[in-house]
Design a protein around this ligand. Structure first.
Ligand code: TRP
Ligand code: ZN
Length: 864
């Protein structure tokens, strides 16, 4: 028996809603056996649309009553729809339903977590709470009243402002909230729980005071100040950079340990995964602190880009997500270190988005169709979407972009709009013609740009000829690609006047530089000015020169990555052919110079420059991936560097030792990052001394960054016995078993380990008390991280294991199961034997009776 083919939804089929909902009054009666939701909707026909029956969305609702203008009305009900016909032009619809949040394992709609009840309505969770027109172009004004037991649920929250509260018989109480802003249903939220709160305030540029509150599990208040500071910094930054002020009197963040994604921008009542709120230096790493800054900012920035101006339909998701990621990236760059922020963004894009765009789930940043919208909260929509916004800024300049943002809000505040509307505002404000650029919204695939350089000594010209291709696109038409360039002399000087942004608009196009005395070294795609793969036939000497002298830190880093990629890919081929790799001295010397100049170039930059490209990124450059050879080659280069530079790594490790107690500043974080890179290289030496060094750092660290770096390095040690490894893992768990987020780190250290027995370890951990398949963070930390462990996952047993896990999860939590199923995306890049096993695993999932729509879409696309 096969599952029914689920419906595909197409962008081209969009039609405006037949009815509008002006006001929504909700009443939640929360009791132990279930919650009753009474909804009063003031509705009217959409005058712009021909008369049609009203079809409301619902899911897992038990309907108790439906009235129109207080009278019973003929209705036809299916599990997912409630249809009412012959309605007046304007009317009041009242429904009463029962829901069972305690049994809601999907974490969409209203659900239970340890400390109470929470909601998640994006994208289509509101229909799991009440009958509704659950689509973002229906915007309404909401009130919400909650009733619950006062002792168990002392905190009752909803969007907007508190308007009234009181006690009820039987030890119960109630609270009513009113949100003055119109919003789509996906931004609705309520919380009822026992939570501690950290309060503060923010005074806006125009002098209004906003009450800030962060609600967390009791006992965790000392892990909230960082998130509170991040919120205040975000509010200030958005005023300064974009002139955007907070429009609310109350801004609340609630942290919950069970959450499918990172966080949610519900109007005035953000709900966050604890992972992006809780931090204290002994439990959170520098990367965690920075991620919290960015996610807090991201959700706050959504208040304008997403909430005040929202999406017409879910195909437009990148309208709010790409733009808001771009904004949080810029905030992070201003707050921390602009150079390394950009490097990390691109590293992430190449590790996740490029493979996605080359695989079975490839889609434009604005997809043309989907089966399950939750499958399209992807790195393409988010991260590539942010790159597209960044290109707009590159094309029209920062001031032009700011003017475009102003125009966007002037035109569309309070509306639900499309990506075209956004770009039209940018065009109007700048005069730039974005017609060709719109292709970025509509085509999948990573464009490849091949560049040739030609120096003509006689005419003193240097000509760059660029050719673009995108085999994934539906046709051969070219797109507009901004390519920032500069030319360098062979002494490393930037040739003045050669810094330009080329607008590549044709399939092949030449750009001429005049007055060039000698053959220059071109630096191409500076600051990663477009999300493309750029090929230029560089010599190692040219790349070494750029690594040493390029003033754009991104392209200096990029030159090093190019050098390393070539070496590792050549070595992979050599190892696969039974030969030993050869490593040129020039690469070692370049690495040595980086270590020697870390003070001038910045420790954080040098740490990035000494981190080799990841295996999943390198795999994309291979015709058929041999994960064992690739793994061996990359590790062999690491070991070679460690052997050649042992003294340099060892002395820098000592020189960078902390001079005082931990501070989270970006300068200190950079020092720690580089010192931990040195430590990890030293561990490649397989010496007792290096293991002892890691073990002693593990024991003496006063912060999680250093403790966890030591643990991760030890977790990779592949000796028959490494007592320090076992002791460190045991001690870490013993010490942190009551801190859920630290336990996640402990799981990830093991599931991402290079050791050949990693699969066996991961399997064993699934029955360890530390693991809980009902908790998304645990699934991501152990199973999804294992699925990204290229060399250990891509085996017959790895495939079978993850397939089993997907099936264990698909019913309980389709969103999380579907994300886990994405581990298989690149299976067709591997050899025939691996493909055979991957196919068996994928078919095993696909043929499961009653498979969830989310997983079915991912798996059928993978097989298709
Ligand atoms: N809008 C959220 C964000 O990017 C994403 C999100 C949070 C989400 N929870 C979700 C998306 C659940 C789908 C399902 O900030
Ligand atoms: Zn977002």
């Amino acid at each position: 028996m096969k599952t029914d083919t689920p419906q595909t939804v197409h962008l081209k089929d969009y039609t405006a809603p037949a009815y509008l909902i002006d006001t929504v009054d909700l009443d939640f009666n929360i009791e132990s056996g279930g919650t009753t939701v009474s909804a009063t909707l003031a509705m009217r026909r959409n005058p712009a649309v021909q008369a049609r029956p009203l079809v409301l969305d619902g899911e897992e609702l038990e309907t108790l009553s439906v009235t129109v203008n207080r009278k019973n009305w003929p209705k036809s009900e299916t599990p997912s729809s409630l249809t009412l016909s012959d309605l007046p032009d304007a009317f009041t619809l009242e429904t009463v339903v029962r829901i069972d949040p305690d049994k809601n394992t999907r974490l969409s709609g209203m659900y239970r977590s340890a400390d109470g009840y929470f909601t998640q309505c994006e994208a289509q969770g509101f229909r799991r709470i009440t009958w509704f027109l659950d689509r973002p172009d229906v915007m309404s004004t909401y009130t919400a009243t909650l009733h619950a037991d006062k002792t168990t649920y002392p905190v009752l929250l909803a969007n907007g402002n508190p308007v009234a509260a009181g006690d009820e018989p039987g030890g119960r109480h109630w609270a009513k909230w009113a949100d003055p802003f119109k919003k789509p249903a996906y931004l609705f939220a309520v919380v009822a729980g026992k939570l501690d709160v950290l309060r503060d305030t923010f005074r806006t540029a125009s002098g209004r005071d906003v009450q800030l509150a962060i609600y967390v599990e009791p006992g965790k208040l000392d892990q909230c100040p960082h998130a509170m500071a991040a919120l205040q910094k975000s509010m200030k930054w958005d005023e300064e950079r974009f002139g955007l002020e907070c429009d609310l009197d109350h801004y609340m963040i609630v942290a919950v340990g069970d959450f499918n994604m990172g966080a949610m921008e519900n109007k005035g009542l953000n709900i966050f995964n604890t992972k992006y709120v809780l931090a204290r230096s002994d439990v959170a790493t520098d990367v965690d602190f920075e991620n919290i800054d960015r996610v807090v900012a991201h959700e706050y920035f959504h208040n304008w880009t997403g909430n005040r101006v929202t999406c017409r339909d879910w195909f437009q998701l990148s309208l709010k997500e790409g733009l808001t990621v771009f904004r949080d990236q810029e905030f992070g760059a201003d707050l921390h270190n602009r150079q390394t922020a950009r490097i990390r963004e691109v590293r992430g894009l190449r590790a996740a988005q490029f493979p996605e765009d080359a695989g079975p789930m490839a889609h434009p940043i604005r997809p043309a169709s989907f089966v399950e919208i939750n499958n399209f909260y992807t790195s393409t929509v988010y991260e590539k979407g942010a790159e597209v916004i960044r290109m707009i800024q590159t094309l029209i300049g920062r001031d032009g972009f700011r003017a475009g943002m102003d125009e966007y809000f002037r035109r569309h505040d309070g509306q639900a709009v499309t990506c075209e509307d956004f770009v039209a505002a940018m065009a109007a404000a700048s005069g730039f013609d974005f017609t060709q650029f719109m292709r970025w919204y509509n085509q999948p695939g990573t464009p490849h740009v091949t560049v040739d350089g030609f120096f003509d000594a006689e005419s003193k010209t240097y000509t760059l000829t660029c050719t673009q291709t995108n085999p994934r696109a539906s046709d051969d038409a070219p797109t507009l690609i901004p390519i920032r360039v500069a030319l360098f002399a062979d002494n490393g000087d930037l040739l003045s006047g050669t810094e330009r942004t080329l607008h590549l608009t044709a399939t092949t196009q030449s750009f001429v530089f005049n007055d060039i005395a000698a053959e220059p070294v071109p630096s191409l795609l500076r600051d990663f000015s477009a999300p493309v793969v750029l090929d230029f036939d560089y010599t190692p000497e040219q790349l070494t020169l750029l690594l040493a002298h390029e003033s754009d830190p991104f392209n200096a880093w990029e030159a090093g990555q190019r050098l390393a990629s070539t070496l590792i890919l050549d070595a992979t081929a050599a190892i696969a052919a039974g030969q030993s790799p050869v490593w040129p001295d020039s690469f070692v010397n370049a690495a040595r110079r980086l270590l020697q100049t870390q003070a001038e170039r910045g420790a954080a930059f040098v740490a990035e420059a000494l981190t080799l490209p990841g295996e999943s990124t390198l795999a994309e450059a291979m015709a058929i991936v041999d994960p064992d050879a690739l793994h061996a080659a990359r590790n062999a280069l690491r070991r070679h560097l460690a052997e050649q530079l042992e003294n340099e790594f060892a002395s820098l490790y000592v020189a960078l030792a902390p001079t005082g107690a931990y501070t989270p500043s970006s300068a200190e974080a950079g020092r720690r990052a580089l010192r931990n890179v040195c430590l990890a290289y030293l561990l490649e030496l397989d010496t007792e001394a290096s293991r002892q060094l890691a073990f002693s750092q593990f024991n003496s660290a006063d912060n999680m960054t250093d403790q966890f770096a030591a643990l991760s390095a030890l977790a990779n040690v592949n000796a028959e016995t490494c007592p320090q490894r076992e002791t460190a893992l045991a001690d870490f768990y013993a010490r942190w078993q009551h801190e859920a987020l630290v336990v996640d780190k402990w799981l990830t250290a093991q599931s991402t380990s290079r050791r050949p027995d990693t699969l066996a370890t991961v399997k064993a951990l699934t029955t360890h008390p530390a693991f809980d398949i009902t908790n998304p963070n645990k699934v991501y930390a152990l199973l999804r991280a294992f699925g990204a462990n290229l060399v250990r996952f891509h085996t017959a047993e790895g495939y079978a294991f993850i397939a089993d896990c997907v099936l264990q999860l698909h019913d309980r939590n389709p969103q999380v199961a579907s994300r886990l199923a994405r581990s298989f995306d690149r299976w067709k890049k591997f050899d025939a034997d691996r493909q055979r096993h991957a196919r068996i695993a994928l078919e095993h999932i696909r043929d499961h009776v009653g498979l969830s729509r989310d997983v079915l879409e991912v798996v059928s696309k993978a097989l298709g």
